[in-house]
Design a protein around this ligand. Structure first.
Ligand SMILES: Nc1ncnc2c1ncn2[C@@H]1O[C@H](COP(=O)(O)OP(=O)(O)O)[C@@H](O)[C@H]1O
Ligand SMILES: [Mg+2]
Length: 267
């Protein structure tokens, strides 16, 4: 916010304070309500962490942001989500294009059974984002570099992605997600299948990526949220209890439930 205020003093158009805006979002699986009236703004080019006990709706809400809940037959979503001011539920909006703009990285690294090169080339190919083989190669190289994987794979781009270590596979999935130049990257517990060293590499990478992308990360690790995020949202039993600057959430939570969670009393 300070940066925004400083900038308004010199430029007329302050950068928008949110990239994604959710209003009264509820999700039902069949008859069971899993998410209750969640309203939150996600800041651009920052890392927002969703924290809270298992089953509180973090993944459910994350999946709303690129309409991945559409792929779950029993799921029904109510409320409004705006991406840069436009509703993502607009019937004119192409959901495949939405998911190129709002990429996703999952808990378990899930490279396609294809070469390292083809894993990263996949998105640009299905979206026709290049004019020549050279341009495609440049995109793949750039994405692997940004994902901090280039040096480890540059001599074996045509070997299977599934042959990499877990941490490398997750960086490959990040390279695949950013190859379409998304605006937002959603990450659902991206380190939970990784060892501490691979986790540290991914956390460092997330910090670098926020200069280009808006990042939302679900994590069950409060330490991780504190390390990587600037904003934190705490969920409990399907409700967003509070959100704000990460340092404030951890040092002076306003709600008792948040305090109980961060001090380890619940969760
Ligand atoms: N595909 C699904 N079908 C039915 N219920 C689900 C499904 N996914 C999640 N849920 C339920 O929704 C609630 C929130 O789950 P989830 O969003 O996965 O929580 P979290 O990611 O915080 O652990 C839980 O009660 C969970 O059992
Ligand atoms: Mg989850």
């Amino acid at each position: 916010m300070d940066a925004v205020r400083t900038e308004t003093a010199v430029v007329h158009d302050a950068p928008p304070s949110w990239k994604v805006r959710a209003r009264d979002v509820s999700v039902f699986y069949g008859d069971k309500q899993a998410l209750f009236d969640v309203s939150v703004d996600i800041a651009p080019r920052q890392v927002t962490a969703f924290i809270g006990p298992s089953g509180c709706g973090k993944s459910t809400f994350l999946r709303c942001i690129n309409r991945m809940n559409d792929t779950i037959p029993t799921a029904r979503v109510k409320g409004e989500i705006l991406l840069d001011g436009a509703s993502i539920n607009d019937p004119r909006l192409d959901v495949v294009e939405l998911r190129a703009r709002v990429g996703m990285v999952f808990q378990k690294p899930n490279p396609f059974p294809k070469s390292i090169f083809e894993n990263v080339a996949y998105g640009p190919r299905i979206h026709g984002l290049f004019r020549s083989r050279t341009e495609l190669e440049e995109t793949v190289t750039k994405s692997l570099k940004r994902a901090g994987l280039w040096n480890e794979v540059k001599d074996r781009l045509h070997e299977p992605g599934t042959g990499l270590s877990g941490g490398q596979q997750q960086r490959l999935c990040i390279a695949r997600a950013i190859a379409t130049q998304p605006e937002v990257v959603l990450m659902d517990e991206p380190c939970s299948a990784l060892d501490p060293i691979a986790t540290a590499i991914i956390e460092e990478l997330i910090d670098e990526l926020r200069s280009k992308f808006t990042i939302v990360i679900v994590t069950h690790s409060m330490q991780q949220a504190a390390r990587v995020s600037q904003k934190t949202a705490f969920f409990h039993l399907g409700k967003l209890i509070e959100e704000g600057r990460t340092e404030d959430i951890f040092s002076k939570p306003r709600h008792k439930q948040t305090e109980d969670y961060i001090t380890g009393k619940i969760g």
